[in-house]
Design a protein around this ligand. Structure first.
Ligand code: GCB
Length: 611
C-alpha cells in the first residue's frame, strides 16, 4: 500500500523526473485469473497474446468500438518498455515509480517482479524500484487493473449474473450514477531522489495582524553514515525572491519542526476576494549532510504553499478571518473519449469557465481529482471541498470502515498542504438513515480530526429528521432535488422546501449549512415554454427559484454556500432516467454553455460584488 510521504514528483537540482505517459500495450480478458495464471507479467504482453494500443493517461472504456470493453468487469492488462539511463545507477540515487491514479485496483510488475499493489482509485501511489531496474538498457512494466466494485470497496458496488442466450454473464452494479470508468487515469512517472531524501513536508499557516507564520515539519528518509543531517528551509515569494529562512543542524529523520515568520505577508485569498487571489509562496527545502570537513547538499524539494487561515463558527466559515460564501458546483472528472483520463486542455478550459461564470468554489464530487487539477485551484484561488471516494456508503462493515479511513488518510496525505482545500468531505449521500451509520461516521470523522485541522463535511441526502451522521460534521451539507426527483415540474415548491429544510438542519445541529447539490437535467437545445422539465427554460426557472430561497437564507447568516449539480454533463451507467448521460450540467459535456450559464454568471458575479 501507499508510502507515507507522497510528494508530487518535481524535478530539482537533485531530482529527475521521466514520464511514462504515452501509448501502452493493452489487453483485456474475460477471465480475471487468466493473466495471473499465465504470468503475463513475466514476459512481454505482446508475446503472450494480441494487444491493442492504449493511451495513458485515459480510461480505456470509450477508446474502442467494443461494447464488451466499455462494459468490461474485472482485470485488464497494460504493458510497455522504457529505458533507464546508466547514469541512474549510482549508490547515492533511488529510482521511484509513481502513479497519479489507477482505477480501481492495480498490481504492478517491473521486469517480471511485483513492485507495488494499490487499492482505491483516484489516489496516487509510489514505490522505490531501484533494485529491480536494468540500468543502461531496456525495462518493462506491466500493470494489471481491476475495476470490480464490491461491498467492501470504496466506492461500493456489487456483481450480478444475468442470463443470456450464451449463458450467464457477470455485470457490475452500482448505485451511484457516474460511469465506473477504469484504467490508468493519471500520469505515470519515474523519478529519482538521492539516497538520503526529503520524504515529506507538512505545512500549517497562521496570521497574526499583518504577519504570516508558516509552521512546517520536514521529514527525511534514507541512511547515511555522516555525522549530521541538516535542514535549511527558505520561503520564496512569487517573484522568486527568498524572503526568509531558517535552518537546523543534526535533525532526526522524523523531522525538523520549525517556523518562518513573514511581516506583511501576502495572503492566499479566494477568487474575487482580492485583486491577487491564490497568492503562492514556495517553501524551498534543502537537506544536507556535514562532517567536520565538508558540507554536502543532498536533496532539494520545492513545495508551493499559501498563507491563509480557516476558522468556523456555528454559523459561518472564515478564510483569513473573513466570512466566505461559496458559489460553485459539484463536478466530475469526465470527458468524451478519455473518460476520467487526465486531460490538461480540459483542465485549463474548466478553470477558465469557472472564472468566467464567477464561481469561487467546487466540490471534488465524488472522489479526489488529479493533482494537476488541484494545482490550478491553489493558483487561482478556487476553494475546494475535497471529497474522498465514498459514495452511497451502505452496509457499514469494519472492513469497509478501514478502507474508507485509508482513502481519507491517503487523500489528506496528498492534499494537506493545499491552500485551496478548505474542507474534507467524508462521503456523498451515505445511507445515514440507518442507526448503524452513527458509530461508523463518528469513527470516520475522528480519524480525519486526528490527521488534519480543516472542517469536516459530507453531502447528506437524508432528511434532517432521520439522519445519523450530521451530528459529527462541522458543516452540514445537503443534496436536494426539489422539483426534479420530487415534484418534477412543480417549481412552486422549491422556495418553501429549501428555506425550511436549511432552517431545520441549522436548528438540529447549530452549525453552518451549505447546499451541496440541486439541479435539473437539461437537454441542450430543447426549448419548451412555459417551462417544462428537461428544457433549457426549465433549468433556468428551477435555479431561479432556488436563488430566491438562498437570498433569504443568506440574510439569516448560517447559510454559507450554494453548489449547483453539475458544472458539466457527464457520462453515466445506462439507465432509463439518463439520456446519453447525466444532463444536469450548466455546460454541455463539451463545455459549451446552456442557456442557464449566463443566468448563473449574472448571479455569481453579483454575489462576488456584494460579499
Ligand atoms: C445525487 C448524487 C449525484 C447524482 C445526482 C443526480 O444525489 O449525489 O451523484 O449525479 O444526484 O443527478 O441524480
Amino acid at each position: 500500500q501507499a508510502q507515507s510521504g507522497i510528494l508530487y514528483p518535481r524535478d530539482s537540482e537533485t531530482r529527475q523526473v521521466k514520464s511514462l505517459d504515452g501509448i501502452w500495450r493493452f489487453r483485456s480478458s474475460n477471465d480475471s485469473a487468466q493473466g495471473f495464471k499465465e504470468t503475463w507479467f513475466a514476459e512481454r504482453l505482446s508475446k503472450s497474446g494480441p494487444t491493442i494500443p492504449m493511451p495513458v493517461p485515459s480510461s480505456y472504456n470509450d477508446i474502442t468500438e467494443e461494447k464488451a470493453l466499455r462494459e468490461h468487469v474485472g482485470v485488464v492488462w497494460y504493458d510497455r518498455t522504457f529505458f533507464v539511463p546508466q547514469s541512474w545507477k549510482d549508490e547515492h540515487l533511488r529510482v521511484w515509480i509513481r502513479f497519479g491514479s489507477v482505477h480501481y485496483l492495480a498490481h504492478v510488475w517491473i521486469n517480471g517482479k511485483p513492485v507495488v499493489y494499490h487499492e482505491i482509485g483516484h489516489l496516487p501511489f509510489q514505490q522505490d524500484i531501484t533494485e529491480v531496474l536494468n540500468y543502461g538498457t531496456e525495462n518493462r512494466i506491466t500493470v494489471a487493473v481491476d475495476n470490480t466494485l464490491t461491498a467492501t470497496t470504496v466506492p461500493q458496488g456489487s456483481l450480478d449474473d444475468i442470463q443470456t442466450i450464451n449463458g450467464a454473464k457477470t455485470v457490475q452494479r452500482y448505485t451511484f450514477d457516474f460511469f465506473n470508468y477504469a484504467g490508468i487515469h493519471r500520469s505515470v512517472h519515474l523519478f529519482t531522489t538521492p539516497d538520503l531524501y526529503i520524504e515529506d513536508v507538512t505545512v500549517y499557516t497562521d496570521i497574526i495582524g499583518s504577519k504570516g507564520i508558516v509552521y512546517f515539519n520536514v521529514s527525511y528518509s534514507g541512511t547515511k553514515d555522516r555525522s549530521s543531517v541538516n535542514c535549511w528551509v527558505d520561503l520564496v515569494d512569487a517573484d522568486g525572491a527568498s524572503i526568509a529562512s531558517t535552518s537546523k543542524d543534526g535533525i532526526e529523520p522524523s523531522g525538523f519542526i520549525g517556523k518562518i515568520e513573514i511581516p506583511n505577508a501576502k495572503l492566499w485569498w479566494p477568487y474575487m476576494m482580492n485583486p491577487q487571489p491564490g497568492y503562492l509562496y514556495t517553501l524551498q527545502i534543502r537537506i544536507s549532510t556535514s562532517t567536520q570537513w565538508s558540507y554536502n547538499v543532498e536533496d532539494i524539494y520545492r513545495q508551493p504553499i499559501g498563507i491563509r487561515t480557516i476558522h468556523w463558527t456555528n454559523s459561518s466559515l472564515l478564510i483569513n478571518n473573513k466570512p466566505v460564501y461559496l458559489r460553485g458546483f459539484g463536478r466530475h472528472e469526465d470527458s468524451d473519449i478519455r473518460g476520467k483520463g487526465l486531460d490538461l486542455p480540459l483542465v485549463a478550459k474548466d478553470y477558465n469557465l469557472l472564472k468566467w461564470i464567477g464561481a469561487n468554489a467546487y466540490r471534488t464530487s465524488h472522489y479526489p481529482y488529479a493533482e494537476e487539477i488541484m494545482d490550478f485551484a491553489d493558483e487561482q484561488g478556487i476553494m475546494i471541498i475535497d471529497e474522498c471516494p465514498s459514495v452511497d456508503t451502505d452496509k457499514f462493515s469494519s472492513v469497509l470502515l478501514k478502507k474508507h479511513k485509508d482513502s481519507l488518510t491517503e487523500l489528506i496525505q496528498r492534499d494537506k498542504n493545499r491552500p485551496s482545500v478548505i474542507m474534507w468531505s467524508v462521503a456523498n449521500e451515505p445511507r445515514t438513515q440507518y442507526p448503524a451509520s452513527s458509530d461508523y461516521f463518528r469513527s470516520v470523522v475522528n480519524h480525519v480530526k486526528n490527521l488534519d485541522y480543516r472542517p469536516v463535511t459530507s453531502a447528506i441526502a437524508q432528511a434532517p429528521g432521520y439522519e445519523y451522521a450530521g451530528q459529527f460534521m462541522d458543516i452540514i451539507g445537503f443534496n436536494r432535488y426539489n422539483a426534479w426527483y420530487t415534484e418534477p415540474g412543480k417549481t412552486e415548491v422549491i422556495q418553501l422546501n429549501i428555506e425550511s429544510e436549511a432552517e431545520q438542519w441549522h436548528k438540529k445541529h447549530n452549525k453552518p449549512v451549505i447546499i451541496m447539490e440541486y439541479g435539473a437535467d437539461t437537454m441542450p437545445g430543447l426549448h419548451l415554454m412555459p417551462e417544462y422539465i428537461w428544457s433549457e427554460e426549465y433549468q433556468i426557472e428551477l435555479l431561479s427559484e432556488h436563488f430566491k430561497a438562498f437570498d433569504i437564507l443568506r440574510n439569516k447568516s448560517f447559510f454559507i454556500g450554494e453548489m449547483i449539480w453539475n458544472f458539466a454533463d457527464f457520462k453515466t451507467d445506462q439507465s432509463t432516467t439518463r439520456v446519453g448521460g447525466n444532463k444536469k450540467g450548466i455546460f454541455t459535456r463539451n463545455r459549451q454553455p446552456k442557456s442557464a450559464a449566463r443566468h448563473v454568471r449574472k448571479r455569481y458575479m453579483q454575489l462576488a460584488q456584494e460579499l
